[in-house]
Design a protein around this ligand. Structure first.
Ligand code: NAI
Ligand code: MG
Length: 499
């Protein structure tokens, strides 16, 4: 990296309520994918920084103001944070766009909507009630308490950094935990900007901390730290597996939201113009860089050619370019390795015999400049055994696979190691309910795609994850249950027999 470092915005980590350089004093550049040039310097954290942050979080969990706050007060802090997010959502979105290249139109909506997670879990904080158990023993009172776990490590990817953080942070704080966040090395700036709002909201020092750097250098020691009680992760299944294995050594809890190879299934009775839009939103929105990408289009044989033609016609019109412009529809890919990975998968698909009906190359349009843009790409003649049908590309690359009937659609749809999401396009109610029941996926959308809410559980079947995010029940992923026994007997009976 030769750019003069004075021109780059220099960030610090946020540990124990203080803004700190990394222990090594080193930084690394973060790139703007639209210009393919660095714009910021991020502290390069290591094991010393991870330990410092976990210790700060552990101190905040065990002493000071945080453990003394009652649940209503914790809820009020979260709602205040929600208000601050609402006031600052545009600035947060600008940082996201600069660092990950996603559309401002999408990111500004996302950062504004994100406040809802803090309002919702802020509201839930003081409604978590234990139970009085009608216990089957004489002279005994038994009740349950739901208690926080302790220090939660949150490891975040680059595609929707602040939103995916909100899904974890809001319930974890509502439950009374303290937190160390490790954002992606490609998009660390927004989490650090967000810490200013954490400070402003008045969270006690050490309740929320951010360490930055690379997975192997700061992520691994964070996961391994004995004072971390739980690891909440979103990212690739390969890294998720590695983190799960590391967490197992310390018998730590995990929740994991991993990738997908989601089928978007179009039947011949579907409203085809809507289905075309749904398929496009599933694979070309966010430049395909979403865990829920509908990257396998399963289309019924009888409408295959007609549907592909409609799809290509609409996808061709997608406007590429500056992600800050409100009329841009497909932005750049977030980082250089991902850009190269997508192009490599395009080559793999061609080598496997798929037919390129749209795109299939780097986007060399003038409006794309030197940014990391890939043409929206559609492959036909794909069969489900090909790598392009089985592996997560995480880019604007769609594989079209024909099917004959419902049975075959289900068989192909479920024949994959992942199970994050699925889409179904049909006007037949019986078919809609049957498909929703039989598809092995944590989310099934019928006649819509890519909808999420703070109110509804989200997560993966199979290799797509462990646990759920959003919705009321998932706060228990950040709590543990204690059973308390109180005897009112006047005398302890035979001590040699279990009561
Ligand atoms: P990744 O899954 O390797 O990284 C996600 C996070 O984990 C980052 O913060 C990273 O620094 C951290 N990390 C990596 N190794 C770690 C370790 N050993 N211990 C602790 N933390 C660690 O994703 P990456 O490299 O950014 O992208 C690779 C592929 O993952 C992409 O090509 C894409 O296919 C997939 N991906 C999937 C996402 C999803 O939402 N399903 C999100 C981002 C990437
Ligand atoms: Mg970046």
């Amino acid at each position: 990296m030769n750019a003069p470092s004075e021109s780059l915005k220099k960030y610090r980590m946020f540990i124990g309520g203080e803004w700190l350089d990394s222990a090594s004093g080193e930084h690394f550049p973060s790139d703007n994918p639209y210009t393919a040039k660095p714009w910021a310097l991020i502290p390069r954290g290591n094991a010393t920084d991870a330990a410092r942050a976990v210790e700060a979080a552990h101190r905040a969990f065990t002493s000071g103001e945080w453990p003394k706050l009652n649940a209503s007060k914790r809820g009020a802090l979260l709602r205040k944070l929600g208000d601050l997010i609402t006031e600052n959502s545009k600035a947060l979105a600008e940082t996201e766009v600069r660092d990950n290249g996603k559309l401002y139109a999408e990111m500004s909506a996302q950062t504004a909507y994100m406040a809802q997670w803090y309002y919702y879990f802020g509201g839930l904080a003081d409604k978590i009630e234990g139970a009085v158990i009608p216990i089957d023993k004489p002279d005994t009172f038994n009740f349950t308490r739901h208690e926080p776990l302790g220090v939660v490590a949150m490891i975040i990817p680059w595609n929707s950094p602040l939103l995916l953080l909100a899904w974890k942070l809001a319930p974890a704080l509502a439950a009374g935990n303290t937190v160390v966040i490790k954002p992606s090395e490609y998009t660390s700036a927004s989490a650090l900007e967000f810490m200013k709002l954490i400070e402003q909201a008045g969270f006690p020092p050490g309740v929320v901390n951010v360490v930055t750097g690379f997975g192997a250098e700061v992520g691994t020691p964070l996961v391994d730290h004995p004072k971390v009680a739980k690891v909440a992760f979103t990212g690739s299944d390969a890294t998720g597996q590695r983190i799960y294995e590391a967490a197992a050594k310390g018998l730590k809890r995990v929740s994991m939201e991993l990738g997908g190879k989601s089928p978007n299934i179009v039947f011949d009775d579907a409203q085809l113009d809507n289905a075309v839009k749904g398929v496009i939103s599933g694979i070309f929105a966010a430049t395909g860089q979403t865990c829920i990408a509908g990257s396998r289009l399963l289309v019924q044989q009888s409408i295959h050619d007609q549907f592909v033609e409609k799809l290509v016609t609409l996808a061709k019109t997608a406007k590429m370019g500056n992600p800050m412009s409100l009329d841009t529809q497909v932005g750049p890919v977030t980082n250089l390795p991902q850009f190269e990975k997508i192009l490599n998968y395009i080559d793999i698909a061609k080598g496997e015999g798929a037919t390129t009906v749209l795109g299939g190359a780097r986007a060399a349009r003038p409006e794309c400049g030197s940014g990391w843009f890939v043409e929206p790409t559609i492959f036909t003649d794909v069969n489900n055994a090909m790598r392009i049908a089985q592996e997560e590309v995480f880019g604007p690359v769609l594989s079209v696979i024909p099917f004959h009937d419902e049975q075959e659609a289900l068989a192909i749809g479920n024949d994959v190691v992942f199970g994050l999401a699925a889409g179904v396009w049909t006007q037949n109610m019986r078919r809609a309910f049957t498909m929703a029941e039989k598809l092995q996926a944590g989310t099934v959308w019928v006649n819509t795609y890519r909808a999420v809410s703070y109110l509804s559980p989200f997560g993966g079947y199979k290799r797509s994850g462990i646990g759920r995010e959003s919705g009321q029940d998932m706060i228990y992923e950040y709590l543990q249950t204690k059973s308390v026994w109180i005897s009112t007997a006047t005398e302890v009976p035979n001590p040699f027999i279990m009561r």
